[in-house]
Design a protein. Structure first.
Length: 299
């Protein structure tokens, strides 16, 4: 049986159980038979294959399917309120959509994105877990030629469809951020290192937006006022985990954030244009004014 067919079947089983919660083997078989016509593959399975599938789904995806003997139904043993689990399921949804893209060219459109460096994720994660130094070439946009560097890889973070490596330089005791799409010629070295005891990425970026390191001693309380329509999007996808709603009515959504005023955060606010107004702090108001004035002078 092809790996492609097995992967499709795994994802369909997961999606069926996400929607129905408690499912019988018969219902799963009926669903796979129905999907066989859509997918263009014969996905029917025996009970033995299904039991092997749920074992593989647990080991491959970290999604564990159990059997309730009293109800005689299968269920997913996991709380998908967890953000990482949700992202994992989002990835499976995209995978399912891509599998049928060839037969849905007129109704499914995928952005033509350039490489984002994800082909290096596996090697980087192994290097981090095994505490091995790495070397790679890195391209900085304002410089003509790339440079080669050796670092101690510590953590990886995704932000706005790009992946970033946080690593400690060998010559300085500082942590730098590298975009994977600008890395090349990655080499995992047979040289081990000790992970800095005081480095925790979640704490390092706790009050930051995106991947920019803190640029001040303490974060700042920011109060933003959004037009009501834009506010609906901000409520459904909060800007930051510190977001708190102050006012929510037919004309305005006013929120507070506790955050560092990094370049990433300022660029995010600029992307909302006239739908957002900064109430405080004055420093941020002044920064945005300068940016808007520079933009106006271009027209």
């Amino acid at each position: 049986m092809s790996q492609r067919k097995t992967a499709i079947r795994h994802n369909l089983i997961i999606n069926k159980m996400r929607r129905q919660k408690n499912t019988t083997f018969k219902e799963i078989c009926e669903y796979l038979e129905y999907e066989s016509d859509i997918q263009g593959e014969v996905l029917n399975i025996s009970k033995r294959t299904f039991l092997r599938d749920i074992s593989d789904i647990g080991s491959i995806y970290g999604i564990y399917i159990k059997y309730d003997f009293s109800a005689k139904k299968y269920f997913i043993e996991e709380d998908f309120s967890d953000s990482i689990a949700n992202r994992r399921l989002e990835a499976l949804d995209v995978f399912n959509a891509l599998q049928i893209k060839e037969r849905q060219e007129k109704s499914l459109f995928i952005d033509n994105r350039q490489r984002t460096g994800t082909e290096m994720l596996y090697s980087l994660l192994n290097a981090i877990n095994n505490r091995q130094q790495i070397s790679f070439e890195y391209h900085i946009f304002h410089k003509k030629n790339p440079f080669t560097t050796k670092v101690k890889p510590l953590a990886i973070k995704e932000f706005k469809y790009r992946w970033y490596l946080f690593a400690q330089s060998l010559d300085k005791n500082e942590v730098k951020c590298y975009s994977l799409d600008r890395m090349s010629k990655l080499d995992v070295l047979n040289v081990n290192f000790d992970t800095p005891e005081n480095f925790k990425l979640n704490e390092h970026l706790h009050y930051s937006f995106g991947v920019m390191s803190p640029n001040a001693k303490n974060p700042t309380e920011v109060i933003l006022s959004f037009e009501a329509l834009q506010g609906n999007y901000i409520k459904s996808l909060p800007l930051h985990h510190t977001q708190q709603i102050i006012v929510d009515n037919n004309t305005e959504l006013r929120i507070s954030l506790f955050i560092y005023l990094t370049h990433d955060f300022i660029m995010e606010l600029l992307s909302y244009g006239s739908t957002v107004k900064v109430i405080q702090p004055q420093q941020l108001i002044d920064t945005l004014k300068v940016s808007y004035e520079k933009a106006l002078r271009k027209y």
